[in-house]
Every structure is written in structure tokens, then in C-alpha cells.
Design a protein around this ligand. Structure first.
Ligand SMILES: Nc1ncnc2c1ncn2[C@@H]1O[C@H](COP(=O)(O)OP(=O)(O)OP(=O)(O)O)[C@@H](O)[C@H]1O
Ligand SMILES: [Mg+2]
Length: 409
């Protein structure tokens, strides 16, 4: 009889804790090394394509750090495209106040309201109100004010058994400097942390984001090159993928079983990308469950699942591209190396082969820049390009018919 209590364990979604976190041993060891630092010489950048598992890995770092005596603050910066220096400073204070708000830094008089007003002495705590008051009183630029506060906070924490504070920011690629508005929040955060780390204050940055993040940091401040240990979260290996598929269902009470061939198929189709593993397995689980109920021999309906994935994951991004951009993406998808890295030259060549009206060198560079801003492409440190969305090439080839039927070539 089918067990009704055991529910589908797979969780495709942004930041959803997987039923089993496969692999990531080396990455975790790197983090463990970094939290051994007494003087912070290296901070962390955790980067990878969409759905590769940055957020959930960052979530697993938090308890490790806390266990070793660190305080952990931070947030998701995905909405921060328009953040300026002042709002970033307030963001830091808000996050900081969560862990400092119980620290008593003195006593102050307060008027007690009531029938006969009297003065009472209360403890002054390092809460948000105190931090913002201090911020407003501090002289100088935003960076001077923030540095001053961070130094003060550390002087208060010294009496406690605290190793330091980790400032963990997810989706950090959303931060941008805006030269036209003379607002440099990205440069600000780098300047502030470099300066306080030079004073041996153990406040460490852990920034997570798409592969555009690190080049962006280096562009803002060249010293960022030396300030960060960059960890690229890649696809899972075949055996790690199998663990991600099987560990959640190899449990007592699980009503279904994935055959060897279905596991091989999921490994192949997901190409080791964690989001796709969760997505495909969630579908397969439900299908198998129903087939069990129907007493049929289950098989993976991969075409239907792929169609659903196209609709749920890729279609939104694809629909935002213009016809000409789609045509360029289609040319890229035909490159043999589309799922690793490619150059403008290779695209020029392929476009001459395939189109009557091929793209010029400069037009391609210009369009790649626009596609980078749209989050579909990124330029790596060696000046080559890659798709910023995993398995985008395969998806595009599935759409090819539609692109070329527009008669644009
Ligand atoms: N190591 C792993 N093993 C199994 N599943 C994982 C693993 N890492 C992530 N996942 C699953 O993959 C999906 C995507 O994870 P997550 O949201 O952390 O990716 P991300 O890199 O932060 O994506 P984005 O760039 O969109 O923010 C989630 O459903 C998560 O449960
Ligand atoms: Mg994420």
C-alpha cells in the first residue's frame, strides 16, 4: 500500500533547503579555513550560475560560523540596484543592530511619563536607535561614519567571547556604483572593510552572487582582487548528483523507488545542476507515485518534464529578449563550446556560416553587454563569455524553430 505520510521531498526553488545537500565539501572546507583567521586577510566571494546552490550553501555556513564563536549578520541584496551610500550604511546598521542590541554601553536618564513625571536611569543598549544616533553625530563622509561605528562596536564586543562578525550578503551582484549620481556603494563597502581589517578588526565579508559579482568588485576597487577568496560553485559531479537524487528517497517510509536507468537519465538531463535535479526529481516522484497507484511500470516522462521546465524556468528570461538578441543567442547555442566559454570571434564566425545578414564584431560586443545586464550572459576574467543561466544553450536549440521562422536572417 502506498504510504501517504511520506511527502515529495524534492524542493526546486530559490534558496529552498534541499532534502539532502550533496557535495560542497571543498567549498565548506575553504570557508572553515577562512573562519580560522584572527586577522582578516581574505574575505569570501561565493559565485556560480543561477540555481547552482549559492544561497543554500551560504545558509549552511551560518551555523558553522556561530559554533566557532562568530556573530553572523546579513541579508539578501536582490532589490539593491538603486541603493546609494546612505541606504547601504543604514542597511549595515540595521543588520548589525540585530546582534548588538543586547550590549549595554552605559546608562542614561529618561523621563518617565505619568501623573508625576520623574527621571529614571535606564541602560543604554547598542540597538538600532543608538547606532543611528551615533551615525548621525559622527563627523565626515558616509565611509568615515560607518568605519567609526564598526570600530566602536568592536571595542564593545571585546569583553565578550566573540571571534568577530561575518557580514554575509546574498545576491551581492545587485549592488552598483552610479558615477552619474556620484554614488559609490560598492566602493564604499570595500573601502570600509579594507580599512577596518587593516586595524585588525575581525569583521569579514562573505558575498554571494552571479559570476558578474567578482569582476564588478574588481572594477570598483582593484584591491578587491587581493581581498577575496573566490569560490565558484559548479555543477555537482555524477556521484554527487546521484546522492542528491537518492539520499532523500532512500529512507524508511518512502513509497517509491527510482530505477537505475531513471537515475542515470536525471543525472544526464540535469547535467549536475542542483536546481534541475530538484525540479526533475520532484516531477518524477509525483509521476512514479501515481503510476504505483495505477500499478503500472513507471518510466520518466522526460519530454513532458523538459517542456514544463522550459515554461517554468527559461521562458520568462527568453521572452524578455528581442528578436535580434534571440537570433544571436541561437548562434551562440550552436557553438560546440556554448556550455563553457566562447569568444566574440567564434560568434562572428558562426554567424557568417549561418546567416545571410551576419553580425559584425562590434555589434556582437555591444549586444553581449546588453545581454549581460539582462543576466543571460557574463564575461569572465579572461575576456571570454558564458551563458549566465545553466543549460540555456539546450533550451535555445529547442526554441530554434521559432527564432528562424521570424525571417530575420
Ligand atoms: N548541493 C545541493 N544538493 C542538492 N540540492 C541542492 C544543492 N544546492 C542547491 N540545491 C537546490 O537547488 C536549488 C537552487 O538552490 P539555490 O537557491 O541555493 O541556488 P542559487 O545559486 O542561490 O540560485 P540563484 O542564483 O537563483 O539565487 C534549490 O532548490 C536547492 O534546494
Ligand atoms: Mg540564491
Amino acid at each position: 500500500m502506498v504510504n501517504e505520510v511520506f511527502s515529495n521531498p524534492f524542493k526546486p526553488g530559490a534558496g529552498h533547503k534541499p532534502p539532502y545537500l550533496a557535495g560542497r565539501i571543498e567549498e565548506t572546507n575553504e570557508f572553515k579555513k577562512l573562519i580560522k583567521q584572527k586577522i582578516i586577510l581574505e574575505n569570501m566571494v561565493l559565485t556560480g550560475l543561477r540555481g547552482s546552490g549559492k544561497t543554500v550553501l551560504l545558509d549552511t555556513f551560518k551555523p558553522l560560523a556561530i559554533q566557532k564563536g562568530w556573530l553572523w549578520v546579513g541579508t539578501d541584496l536582490s532589490e539593491s540596484a538603486s541603493v546609494n551610500e546612505q541606504t547601504l550604511a543604514l542597511r549595515l546598521l540595521t543588520d548589525l543592530s540585530i546582534v548588538t542590541s543586547n550590549i549595554v554601553i552605559g546608562k542614561k536618564e529618561q523621563q518617565k511619563l505619568g501623573f508625576a513625571p520623574e527621571k529614571i536611569i535606564i541602560e543604554q543598549k547598542l540597538n538600532y536607535l543608538t547606532l543611528t544616533e551615533m551615525y548621525n553625530k559622527f563627523p565626515g563622509l558616509v565611509s568615515d561614519k560607518i568605519k567609526g561605528i564598526l570600530e566602536f562596536v568592536w571595542s564593545c564586543l571585546k569583553d565578550y567571547d566573540v571571534k568577530g562578525i561575518i557580514f554575509a550578503y546574498d545576491e551581492a551582484q545587485a549592488l552598483s556604483d552610479h558615477a552619474q549620481k556620484e554614488q559609490y556603494p560598492l566602493a564604499l563597502i570595500l573601502d570600509v572593510f579594507q580599512s577596518i581589517q587593516k586595524k585588525d578588526i575581525p569583521f569579514m565579508l562573505v558575498l554571494t552572487g552571479l559570476p558578474t559579482l567578482f569582476p564588478k568588485l574588481v572594477e570598483a576597487r582593484t584591491f578587491a582582487e587581493r581581498m577575496f577568496r573566490v569560490i565558484f560553485i559548479d555543477r555537482l559531479s555524477k556521484s554527487e548528483s546521484r546522492d542528491a537524487i537518492l539520499e532523500p528517497i532512500n529512507k524508511g517510509g518512502c513509497p517509491i523507488h527510482f530505477t537505475k536507468s531513471s537515475v542515470t537519465l536525471v543525472v544526464k538531463e540535469s547535467d549536475g545542476y542542483p536546481y534541475f535535479i530538484q525540479f526533475i526529481c520532484r516531477e518524477v516522484y509525483d509521476v512514479f507515485l501515481q503510476k504505483i497507484k495505477d500499478n503500472k511500470e513507471p518510466s520518466v516522462p522526460i519530454e513532458e518534464i523538459t517542456r514544463k521546465l522550459d515554461k517554468d524556468f527559461f521562458a520568462g528570461r527568453w521572452s524578455r529578449a528581442t528578436d535580434r538578441q534571440r537570433q544571436l543567442l541561437c548562434i551562440i547555442a550552436h557553438l560546440k563550446n556554448n556550455d563553457t566559454e566562447f569568444s566574440v570571434q567564434e560568434i562572428v564566425f558562426e554567424s557568417k556560416e549561418r546567416l545571410n545578414n551576419p553580425f559584425s564584431n562590434s555589434h556582437i560586443s555591444q549586444m553581449l553587454a546588453t545581454l549581460t545586464n539582462a543576466g543571460l550572459i557574463y564575461k569572465n576574467r579572461h575576456g571570454k563569455y558564458s551563458f549566465a543561466v545553466p543549460l540555456l544553450g539546450r533550451f535555445i536549440l529547442r526554441q530554434e524553430q521559432e527564432v528562424f521562422s521570424n525571417g530575420l536572417d
